[in-house]
Write a protein that binds this ligand. Structure first.
Ligand SMILES: Cc1ncc(COP(=O)(O)O)c(C=O)c1O
Length: 460
């Protein structure tokens, strides 16, 4: 048996504690038990096998993919076993752990600029396509549009769930990233047994009707960069397979992810949390004859310093065990003045308590409310506008975005990690900017020396 034979045939684990009060059965398809650590091993293997069969990938060839996630790991593992080289392009925001995992399998990692539109030649998928074309023997896996990705789940994941439930499954719930999992497994289960297919989607993702603004759960949903000319959905996502989409907030997903570890003993990533929130909503509408299967794509090991870390939660403003005070929220936090980044000086309110405007990338005609830090491009202290022409664009006066701090973060910690010369800080609640606080007010709270006298902070 090779490591590739260990891909698939993952167990189905019944959830017993977080399902208290529900009569429907809820089972978790434990994809984190694949040898590369995620559901993506299946798609990676199927894509490689299809390319070998078609002759696109030949002996001594180079497997190329643009991803910071689990598909790169699956491909790197398969490349190692089969004697190919793997070249994985990742955005510069990727965690050190992810890059080290790829290198551990012997993959060559190319780091490119993150946060750019898909059309930009620096975007991961553009760089990956170029490198695949330029590298002798190069083959681009292309999970977003490769039919072997949903094909893997049509051939394996769906039939396994059907068999493991003794044909009793009535509902299948999964997150949608490339869409390969839900499209392939969903198609099989719909044709086998009229199973209802439910997508679990981050609230802001466009799949479920959000505006495409940033969210915290990784690897699922569809984010749209505000400068994107044309938003293209992956061909691996066959939306006609999905009966219904449940939209789940970051907070709900993160809380459920933590509960799964503490109450069920199952350590999974936040995309599983999203899917389980959706599954419990669905199960709540059903009776004892129903069997809900929810797919758990990866392990929580990769996220120990994020969703499982109390400090990370507090810094992003998510609920966490109480920290010793005083807290940021104990300072005089005021409502932020949020304005579209395209505004001119005359668009600002003539009066009001705000001392600084937060420039937010506009996405729709809807008024801007509680943006994520990723949508903020700068800040304008209103005192800097004295004498400015009413026609001047605010961006002409923009300074860097206000450093974010969490609402329930200890004031001393917020002070220690923000630059001493930052006049004001953005206050986050549930990962969104909900307030502005003068940094000096935090210093006053902690009775520390004035911020300027311990000027060790650096801008980050
Ligand atoms: C952790 C995690 N969850 C969910 C998904 C989504 O799966 P799919 O791309 O099949 O829609 C992925 C895919 O990369 C993933 O890595």
């Amino acid at each position: 048996m090779s490591v590739l034979d260990a891909i698939g045939d993952t167990p189905l684990i019944r959830l017993t504690r977080i399902t208290a009060g529900l009569t429907a059965e809820v089972h978790l398809k434990a994809e984190f038990l694949n040898p590369g650590g995620s559901v993506k091993d299946r798609a990676a293997l199927a894509m490689v096998q299809a390319a070998e069969q078609s002759g696109e990938l030949r002996s001594g060839g180079v497997i190329v993919e643009g991803t910071s996630g689990n598909t790169g790991v699956g491909l790197a593992m398969i490349a190692a076993q089969c004697g190919y080289r793997a070249l994985v392009v990742v955005p510069d925001k990727s965690s050190e752990e992810k890059i080290k995992t790829l290198r551990a399998y012997g993959a060559q990692v190319v780091i490119t600029t993150g946060g750019v539109t898909r059309e930009d030649p620096r975007h991961v998928s553009q760089v990956a396509a170029r490198l695949a074309a330029e590298t002798p023997g190069g083959w681009l896996a292309g999970q977003y549009d490769n039919p072997a990705n949903p094909g893997a789940h049509l051939a394996t994941t769906g039939p396994e769930i059907w068999r493991q439930t003794g044909h009793r499954v009535t509902h299948f719930v999964a997150g949608v990233g490339t869409g390969g999992t839900i499209s392939g497994a969903g198609a099989f289960l719909r044709s086998a047994g009229r199973v209802t297919v439910v997508g679990a989607d981050p609230e802001n993702s466009v799949y479920g009707g959000g505006d495409g603004s940033p969210y915290y759960v990784e690897s699922i949903g569809h984010y749209v960069h505000p400068d994107t000319a044309e938003d293209v959905w992956p061909q691996s996502y066959h939306r006609e397979i999905v009966h219904r989409i449940e939209r789940v907030s970051d907070r709900e997903s993160i809380e459920m992810t933590r509960r799964l570890a503490r109450e069920e003993g199952i350590l999974v990533g936040a995309s599983t949390g999203t899917a389980v929130v959706a599954a419990l909503r669905v199960a709540g509408e059903l009776g004892p004859e129903s069997v809900v299967v929810v797919l758990a794509p990866d392990s929580g090991r990769a996220y120990l310093s994020k969703y499982f870390d109390d400090g990370w939660l507090r810094r992003a403003g998510f609920p966490a065990p109480a920290a010793p005070g005083p807290l940021v929220a104990d300072a005089p936090v005021t409502a932020p003045l949020l304005v579209p980044a395209t505004s001119r000086v005359r668009d600002l309110p003539a009066t009001g308590p705000a001392e600084v405007a937060v420039l937010v990338l506009p996405r729709s005609d809807r008024p801007i409310s509680d943006p994520a830090p990723g949508d903020v491009i700068g800040s304008v202290p209103l005192e800097a506008l004295r004498g400015a022409s009413p026609d001047a664009p605010l961006t002409a006066y923009a300074q860097p975005p206000l450093p974010p701090v969490g609402t329930a973060e200890p004031a001393a910690e917020a002070l220690a990690r923000t630059p001493a010369d930052a006049g004001r800080l953005a206050v986050l609640t549930d990962g969104r900017i909900t307030g502005v606080v003068p940094r000096a007010a935090l210093a006053a709270l902690t009775r520390l020396a004035p911020a300027a006298s311990n000027a060790t902070g650096s801008r980050h």
